[in-house]
Design a binder for this molecule. Structure first.
Ligand code: SF4
Ligand code: SF4
Length: 138
């Protein structure tokens, strides 16, 4: 079993195709939609958590790519620069998923749990020293 959060970007010529139902019907994959911005006959994007067995997962991803859908794994999109972050905590309250946390109350250091991130970009906007980078927002 594999489960990953993924950003899907649809070119406008593919925006009305039933990709999500195909992932479920043809590839036995489960998905949760975490955010969506899709307009008829325009470009759109979806952030989903996609789960299933490894082979189905690979086939589903190949299916999307072969249909022109741009795919970005969220875990690979976000980074926290330890050298820049001075642990001010501004990013903590804006994170909707607790991907940014303080594990150790003694050091009060901010840590990033990439698996929980949904690439909303809120932390990127509030960080005063640009310690967080999200490639979709570059
Ligand atoms: S807002 Fe920036 S500097 Fe402050 S804790 Fe968060 S990542 Fe670090
Ligand atoms: S982009 Fe930042 S604020 Fe949004 S879920 Fe990820 S870590 Fe939290």
């Amino acid at each position: 079993m594999i489960s990953k959060k993924i950003m899907l970007r649809f070119p406008k010529e593919t925006s009305d195709k039933p990709f999500t139902s195909d992932l479920s019907r043809k590839y036995n994959l489960q998905f949760n939609i975490m955010s969506a911005e899709i307009f008829p006959r325009k470009e759109g994007h979806l952030i989903i958590e996609l789960s299933g067995n490894e082979k189905d997962f690979e086939n589903g991803i190949d299916y999307l790519k072969s249909n022109g859908v741009n795919i970005q794994f969220i875990e690979e999109s976000i980074t926290l620069d330890e050298n820049r972050c001075y642990h001010c905590g501004f990013c903590l309250p804006v994170c909707p998923t607790d991907a940014l946390i303080i594990k150790d109350k003694n050091t009060m250091k901010i840590e990033l749990n990439k698996e929980e991130c949904i690439a909303c970009g809120h932390c990127v906007k509030v960080c005063p020293v640009k310690a967080i980078e999200l490639s979709e927002f570059a």
